[in-house]
Design a binder for this molecule. Structure first.
Ligand SMILES: [Zn+2]
Length: 445
């Protein structure tokens, strides 16, 4: 456990984050004005607590937060609210750790447009605020058109005033043509300060050259030499096996061409490789061929852009979702769902990931659709919640989030209804808290 940040450290973090605010350590009024909640002790009382560890839920729990981190969590009576704490009564509600999207994308698109011009700090921060309003408190962005995310990530370190989703980044996806091109590409990203390496092994349904095994083996080797874990986007069972043999740490997306077999299961278990299901990625390739039912969903509409909806309703636009690729992925989706469940039941770790962020893959909302699709596929609400909290954190090497244990960041969601009954209850958001700060605009408006 790290030491809680001092007031001076908090102020320093705020300076880094906002770049304009002054802060006088030792002046409580001024500090409180700059970072509401940051130096305050909070005691949340009366809720059912699902702490993300997999332990049984605790009824009538107390959750104590100080300097943005969990200080104590447990049964009332066993854990006391400190005398100096501000009490927050959340009786009758359920607290879960903030949702972790282990595979998203930020600063890649705005509405239905995408390109490097959308890779700005402002757009990234808007998108992290959007994720947060939907209860997604950490996002690992696995491929962006630039490196703006690195500074955003650095500003969140020890920042007890944070109120948008935490970000970790891969930077630009690597695409060497030869093994010799691997090392310079890895070096550039490592020097930029990314958290993850990312490659694609995909022939885009026969329209592109697939990265050869010798090339991705070189990328994986050089990434590991620089302590960068690697996620590999893949589609086919054979590629999945070869990537795991070559040392990939996470398989991005489900296997979609064939049922997973004992060989892949054994390889993934032996090497402790995780899977990002990204079922909503498939959904997004065909669902706009007709007007999707969720265009009527108030939970979607509360943060949706009316212009984007209108555009997706245009017949010309709908036709774009009826091509060969759409039909391929529509047919592949049930295979992807069955494979996710088969891997999960065989003991392979499924790290919640959606691939949201590109056009029409709606950040925040799609995370809830993804959980519902996981439930439809046969995962229990308990296992889906674990996948989206502790497991996602462990798979992505994030040791300060994922559970509500002492020392971790106080990133959590207060729900009106218990998601262990039905995962759709993750939509009943009463409030979202990041580093103990209430996320603006998260509750139903
Ligand atoms: Zn992706």
């Amino acid at each position: 456990m790290k030491d809680a940040p001092s007031t001076a450290a908090v102020c320093f973090a705020i300076l880094l984050g906002a770049g304009v605010l002054a802060c006088a350590p030792g002046d409580p009024d001024q500090a409180a004005g700059i970072a509401p909640g940051a130096s305050e002790t909070l005691g949340f009382t009366g809720a059912r607590l699902i702490d993300g560890t997999g332990a049984e839920p605790i009824d009538n729990a107390v959750l104590v937060v100080r300097d943005g981190r969990v200080v104590a969590a447990g049964q009332a009576g066993v854990v006391e609210v400190p005398a100096d704490a501000r009490r927050v009564d959340v009786s009758g509600r359920t607290i879960i750790p903030g949702i972790i999207n282990a595979h998203g994308h930020v600063g890649q698109a705005r509405g239905l447009e995408q390109g490097p011009e959308y890779h700005t700090r402002e757009n990234i921060l808007d998108q992290l605020a959007l994720y947060a309003r939907y209860g997604v408190t950490t996002v690992v962005s696995l491929g962006e058109p630039g490196y703006e995310g690195v500074a955003v990530r650095d500003a969140q370190r020890e920042n007890a005033a944070l109120d948008h989703a935490r970000l970790f980044v891969a930077g630009v996806v690597m695409d060497p043509d030869t093994p010799a091109e691997a090392e310079p590409q890895v070096r550039e990203r490592a020097e930029r300060g990314v958290d993850w390496a990312k490659i694609r092994v995909d022939d885009s349904l026969g329209r592109a050259e697939k990265m050869p095994p010798a090339t991705y083996a070189a990328v994986i080797e050089h990434s590991h030499a620089r302590s960068l874990p690697l996620t590999a986007h893949m589609v086919h069972l054979d590629d999945a096996k070869e990537l795991v043999r070559a040392g990939a740490d996470v398989l991005g997306h489900s296997v979609r061409d064939a049922p997973v077999d004992d060989e892949l299961i054994a390889l993934m278990r032996e090497r402790n490789v995780c899977l990002h299901p990204t079922l909503t990625r498939e959904l997004s390739t065909f669902v706009y061929a007709e007007r999707p039912a969720f265009f009527e969903d108030p939970f979607f509409l509360r943060d949706a852009d009316a212009e984007v909806i209108r555009e997706l309703e245009r017949p010309e636009r709908q036709r774009e979702y009826r091509g060969d690729a759409a039909e391929y992925y529509r047919a592949a989706l049930p295979t992807a769902q069955r494979n996710m469940v088969a891997l999960h039941q065989a003991g392979v770790r499924v790290a919640f990931g959606t691939d949201s962020g590109p056009p029409a893959r709606f950040q925040g909302y799609f995370e809830h659709v993804e959980m519902e699709m996981m439930q439809e596929a046969g995962m229990t609400p308990r296992d889906i919640l674990l996948s989206a909290t502790r497991v996602a954190a462990a798979c992505m090497g994030l040791d300060e989030v994922g559970t509500l244990e002492p020392g971790r960041w106080a990133d959590f969601v207060v729900l009106e209804r218990d998601p262990l009954e039905n995962i759709r209850h993750t939509r009943t958001i009463e409030s979202v808290w990041i580093a103990g700060n209430r996320v603006p605009g998260a509750a139903d408006r």
